[in-house]
Write a new protein. Structure first.
Length: 143
């Protein structure tokens, strides 16, 4: 009977440092920057170059760095195909869509991160097409 309890305590003593190390790794992973949301109007989508150009109406950052400023046209790298973890996901008025289906002039919310290899490049992780207020009904829904 005594051996069972000591084995359980021994396993706990071995698992505790592992749990502490795992917690530190999770905290370190949480320090990576989350996506930045930039809003604007679609200027162009180039499927061959895999770029989306947006005229910025809201930067989503505290600073206007480089060409990311309200009123400027900026480019985002997109990945239209691939696994759910690597491609740029698209939502058109709440439904799944494709980059080709977004009309020029549509208002977008682009969630992006700086490219790890080149921080001046912006990689779009998610693109949402949002309806203008006049296209919403009295309950705030799209017709």
């Amino acid at each position: 009977m005594h051996d069972r309890r000591s084995r359980g305590r021994h396993a706990l003593r071995l698992a505790l440092p592992l749990l502490v190390a795992l917690g530190a790794a999770v905290r370190a992973g949480a320090e990576t920057p989350s996506s930045i949301r930039t809003e604007g109007q679609l200027v162009a989508y180039d499927a061959q170059a895999r770029t989306l150009k947006l005229k910025v109406t809201r930067t989503g950052t505290d600073e206007a760095s480089g060409d990311l400023a309200v009123g400027r046209t900026v480019a985002f790298q997109v990945e239209p195909e691939g696994s759910v973890l690597s491609r740029t996901s698209v939502s058109i008025h709440g439904a799944r869509g494709t980059l080709d289906a977004i009309p020029v002039g549509a208002m977008l919310q682009v969630y992006w991160r700086p490219d790890a290899a080149d921080p001046t490049r912006r990689v779009a992780r998610k693109v949402d097409v949002v309806a203008a207020d006049e296209k919403l009904d009295e309950r705030g829904r799209r017709p």
